[in-house]
Design a protein around this ligand. Structure first.
Ligand code: NAP
Length: 466
């Protein structure tokens, strides 16, 4: 019988697919596991690492982005290798990974978004926040998107989570402040032309159930030239929410207090406004000549569901809000990957506690694990992924002790990629690109300049190799 992997003679070979926070936290936990000799290869379809820290976290939140310093430490470990610009399903098959690794960690996030499935959703001017976020962050998938910022005056944002807050801030903040961040050049050019003056934030539940974090809404209220406007009737709590709130986290209470203060304060005639509306949900987008002109909303009241969570119940009352642009910020959703079981209800990789399930048997599939949003759904902050990935790594170590690993032939996929003429990006390549992006950015008075296309990134990588 062959030796159990994890020793210096036979290191445990692990790969992650994806290089966002959850992949790095899993790699860190494995590298720190006592008595384990492990080699970790991290694959990403993009030439650049860090997933949502690079392509999701807002450019004016550089402090949050600086968590990448922690990931850099992990990557400097000689047992770690990065393979950027490698897509599983195109350059390598799942079977290739299964032949080379004892364990595979899927860290593929949630790359799509939820749909409202209401009439008019296909009209021009109705976009997902995912597209807008990717676009302003210079994510190659979204660089070609266009939003009519230069003619829109009033914009509806559906949902009131922190993604809605990010989009609102980018639309309302002074362009001069954004221009010094690592925001994409195409985004700053469009924002300079922006005529947007009013955002209408549509929450389907009440102020006590607002999904934004207090400091995110407060940050918007602190922006120059921006009034956060809340009508008295929108800030008011129903009896049920008032009682329910007592059992909730302090953040919900702080939101309610903030919103009530804004309602009492009224607006002060500032140039731009963020209107927080509650207990309204879009039922249709109305258009003219194929372009959105209004959102029709249905009002609701709150009712507890079986576990006491307040849920909206639609009532027979409707309003129409004229808007020229809509962003749906109603949550992300995973994309099924051929060969990997998918939980369609939750929009995630089918798993139990991070052990991926086999589509055929429904049992845990040997050697396959999942972390991050692909495991638990699109919730939590960047740091939430650390305990989440550690929990999956504990399952991996438990399975290793029970010899539940793939056989792994020892074939090095670096050689396979070279044979297949895949120009993969190493960690050293990325380090050079990283310094280059920062140097170019600084010469232009910003934190970093991001080349927005994969071709452009790869050209830079190749020229920096010398
Ligand atoms: P989220 O926090 O789940 O918010 C989604 C919002 O969409 C909620 O208001 C939700 O209302 C609403 N919604 C969902 N389905 C809807 C529908 N069919 N019709 C109308 N409204 C609907 O998700 P997110 O904003 O995408 O953020 C994802 C995660 O990333 C969150 O954990 C967030 O905190 C985190 N994040 C953090 C930051 C930061 O810290 N700066 C920035 C961005 C994202 P209900 O509450 O009624 O479901």
């Amino acid at each position: 019988m062959s030796q159990r992997p994890g020793t210096s003679e036979a290191p445990l070979r692990v790969c992650t697919v994806g290089s966002g926070p959850s992949a790095f936290y899993a790699a860190e936990a494995l590298l720190k596991a006592e008595g384990l000799d492990v080699r970790i290869d991290v694959f990403d379809r993009l030439p650049t690492p860090f997933g949502l820290v690079r392509g999701g976290v807002a450019p004016d939140h550089q402090k949050i982005k600086s968590v990448s310093k922690v990931y850099e430490k992990t990557a400097e470990d000689p047992r770690f290798r990065f393979f950027g610009n490698v897509r599983i399903g195109r350059d390598l098959a799942i079977a290739d990974l299964e032949r080379s690794y004892h364990m595979i960690v899927w860290a593929i996030g949630c790359e799509s978004d939820n749909r409202l499935s209401i009439p008019g959703e296909e009209l021009a001017g109705v976009h997902s926040a995912t597209e807008f976020v990717g676009w302003y962050n210079g994510h190659p998938d979204y660089r070609d998107r266009a939003f009519n910022l230069e003619t829109a005056r009033r914009v509806a944002i559906v949902g009131n989570g922190n993604v809605a807050m990010d989009c609102s801030r980018i639309l309302l903040a002074p362009v001069t402040a954004l221009a010094t961040t690592d925001i994409a050049d195409h985004a700053i050019a469009a924002l300079r032309q922006s005529t947007v003056r009013e955002l209408v934030l549509l929450g389907r539940r009440g102020p006590a159930q607002a999904a934004f974090s207090p400091k995110e809404i407060e940050e918007i209220a602190e922006l120059d030239d921006v009034d956060v406007a809340v009508a008295e009737q929108d800030a008011a709590l129903d009896d049920y929410s008032r009682n329910w709130l007592e059992s909730q986290a302090r953040s919900a209470q702080r939101n309610v207090k903030f919103l009530a203060e804004r309602a009492a304060h009224g607006t002060t005639g500032k140039l731009k406004q963020l209107h927080c509306r509650f207990l309204v949900a879009p039922v249709a987008f109305e258009g003219h000549d194929g372009r959105v002109r209004a959102v029709r909303v249905q009002h609701a009241v709150l009712e507890p569901d079986r576990d006491g969570t307040p849920r909206p119940r639609a009532i027979d009352r409707y309003s129409t809000i004229e808007v020229e642009l809509v962003f749906k910020a109603i949550g992300y959703r995973g994309v099924p990957l051929q060969g990997l079981a998918f939980d369609d209800n939750k929009g995630i990789v089918a798993n139990v506690d991070g052990r991926v399930l086999s589509a055929a048997s429904g049992e845990a599939r040997i050697g396959h694990y999942v972390v991050g949003w692909a495991k638990r759904g699109p919730t939590g902050l960047v740091g939430t992924n650390s305990p989440d990935s550690k929990a999956t790594v504990l399952c991996m170590l438990q399975d290793l002790r029970q010899d539940r690993t793939l056989p792994a032939s020892g074939q090095d996929l670096a050689a396979v990629l070279q044979q297949r003429k895949v120009d993969y990006v190493t960690w050293q390549d990325w380090r050079r690109l990283d310094s280059h992006e920062q140097a170019v950015g600084q010469a232009r008075g910003k934190v970093r300049h991001k080349e927005p296309s994969v071709d452009g990134l790869m050209q830079a990588v190749r020229s920096l190799r010398g």
